[in-house]
Design a protein around this ligand. Structure first.
Ligand SMILES: [Zn+2]
Length: 158
């Protein structure tokens, strides 16, 4: 990481902490950015693809002038996780699924696994809040233990 390398005792670990926080924040941003496509009414299309995930990683690599491949990989994997989870999720608005393999193909892929509930944007429905809060609770129940496990694994390393 570019921020590591100070000679003063304690400064290196502080810099590493800042670097880890930066990677974490970039990964969180990359995991939610694909839904920006709501702004131009092309939801689940190009931004919901592995091609876009790779492009995001390449953009980070170019932005850091090749000095931070770890950050680029984190952004790519976080973006790809969004594609994976939407593929595994529920969808009731055709075309179903995500354009996962764009730009190789514009076909939509849908796992029919229904692991996650669709998030409703129909604010006028009486169950809008209860449905969405339930969907978020389910996602936290599914992914929370994995996040805790990943956090534990990361902190146990020297
Ligand atoms: Zn999405």
């Amino acid at each position: 990481m570019g921020l590591v390398g100070a000679r003063e005792p304690g400064v290196g670990s502080r810099a590493r902490g800042v670097a880890h926080r930066s990677v974490r924040l970039a990964a969180i941003a990359a995991a939610v950015v694909p839904d920006v496509d709501f702004l131009w009414s092309r939801h689940n299309m190009e931004t919901h693809s592995l091609g876009a995930a790779v492009l995001a990683g390449l953009a980070v690599l170019a932005w850091t002038r090749g000095r931070d491949p770890r950050l680029a990989l984190a952004v790519t994997l976080a973006w790809a996780s969004h594609v994976l989870f939407d593929w595994l999720g529920s969808d009731d608005t055709p075309p179903l699924g995500v354009m996962a393999l764009w730009p190789l193909t514009s076909e939509f892929y849908f796992a029919h696994a229904y692991v996650f509930e669709a998030i409703s944007r129909r604010t006028w429905l009486p169950n809008f809040w209860s449905h969405n809060l339930g969907a978020v609770a389910w996602e936290l129940a599914m992914l929370g233990p994995l996040a805790v496990l990943a956090g534990w694994w990361r902190t146990r390393r020297p």
